[in-house]
Design a binder for this molecule. Structure first.
Ligand SMILES: [Zn+2]
Length: 381
């Protein structure tokens, strides 16, 4: 098996891995500044505070110290997140070259000469940074947002230590546990999402200049971590030049577009595989035989076993282990419908109680749960 779909999924995994290593780098940068913050906090305390006990300090000193501490933390973090931009840009550029090379090899059937670099220009990187949003925010706005949120947490943790009368060592530990532990998982999610965004951007630009694409098939991942919003789009077809959702749709979205160079054959009698045509109101039907011939072979559907990992610093994270894998030509919605019979608890864990009951009773389809790219509220159902 070496279909377009396989190549695109394989590349998406490489992008994910690159995102994780980028986040490793960002995490080290963040941990580095924490040492600096701890050292400077001690200096500020020596400058502003007179006694060892916080409740014995006069109001004026407390106020001056807290103000100086916040200014200091904010400045250090701003510099830190600023320093994360070049590695993000480097990784994005790498990923863009890879995505363009893949687009070239898919379009021409040959390995790209020059690794697709001819399709990636510094302008493209700049265009991506300045125009592409994830959940409405540009890359730099995300970094700014994380910087502010982390500064708040660090300032709060520092104040707690004062009130609790922590020793220097206890205060340092408290800061590590509460100051940045919440930011670290976000770094990983964002790094992966940023790079997937860069990859999609370059891929689409390369396909655009290579020409010959008839349309795009939206593919989500068949597993329990895919949200119903993305699931509802799975398998839909968007003719080239017609509006379609830009990917990634949200932080941690793993959806991809598969380019089709010839129109998929529609079959009026088979409702199974449905493709969305942007300018007709209904769904067009797609023949399964043709689907396979057009390069959409079965793909893996995975169920994960979840477990909670308790880390030494007191934080927790969720670990996913592959529980079962099967290969299917179903789209997400069909796959989920089958799970109603085979594994209803799984469906319930994805949809939640109310949506699950409605879905099970056949009262609502996955598509109907989503409006304007968001999940309808229970009251809207
Ligand atoms: Zn998605």
């Amino acid at each position: 098996m070496n279909t377009i779909q396989d190549k695109i999924f394989k590349f998406a995994h490489r992008v994910e891995a690159r995102g994780n290593s980028l986040a490793d780098e960002m995490r080290r940068t963040l941990e580095g500044v924490l040492g600096e913050i701890i050292a400077q906090t001690a200096k500020l305390q020596a400058t502003y505070l007179m006694t060892e006990k916080w409740d014995k300090e006069v109001y004026k000193r407390k106020y001056a110290y807290l103000k100086a501490q916040r200014v200091n933390v904010e400045a250090l973090l701003e510099g830190t997140f600023e320093a994360m931009r070049p590695p993000v840009e480097d990784a994005a550029f790498d990923v863009m070259e890879g995505a363009a090379a893949l687009a070239e090899s898919i379009s021409t059937g040959k390995i790209a000469i020059g690794g697709g670099a001819s399709y990636v220009t510094p302008t493209m990187l700049e265009d991506w940074i300045t125009t592409q949003t994830i959940e409405g925010l540009l890359i730099n706005e995300w970094l700014q947002k994380m910087s502010t949120a982390t500064a708040d947490k660090i300032v709060i943790a520092g104040r707690e230590s004062l009130v609790l009368g922590h020793s220097a060592q206890q205060a340092a530990n408290h800061l590590r546990e509460n100051g940045i532990s919440g930011t670290v998982p976000k770094l990983y999610a964002l790094a992966r999402t940023f790079l997937l965004s860069a990859s999609n951007y370059a891929s689409e630009a390369a396909f655009e200049s290579l020409g010959g694409v008839h349309g795009w098939e939206y593919l989500a991942t068949l597993d329990g971590r895919t949200c119903p919003i993305c699931g509802a789009y799975d398998g839909k077809y968007f003719p080239h030049g017609k509006p379609r959702p830009s990917l990634p749709q949200h932080v941690n979205c793993r959806c991809v577009y598969i380019p089709h160079h010839s129109p998929p054959k529609f079959h009026p009698d088979k409702p199974e595989h449905r493709l969305y045509d942007g300018d007709t109101e209904g769904y067009l039907k797609w023949d399964i035989e043709q689907t396979t011939r057009n390069g959409i072979p079965p793909r893996p559907a995975v169920k994960h076993d979840e477990s909670t990992v308790h880390h030494r610093d007191g934080s927790t994270s969720t670990k996913y282990k592959v529980g079962s894998v099967e290969h299917t030509t179903e789209n997400y919605s069909q796959w989920l419908k089958r799970q109603l019979r085979e594994d209803p608890a799984f469906v319930r864990s994805i949809l939640g109680k109310t949506r699950f009951e409605l879905f099970k009773a056949g009262k609502i389809s996955l598509e109907k749960m989503v409006v304007d790219g968001r999940l309808k509220k229970i009251s809207e159902l």
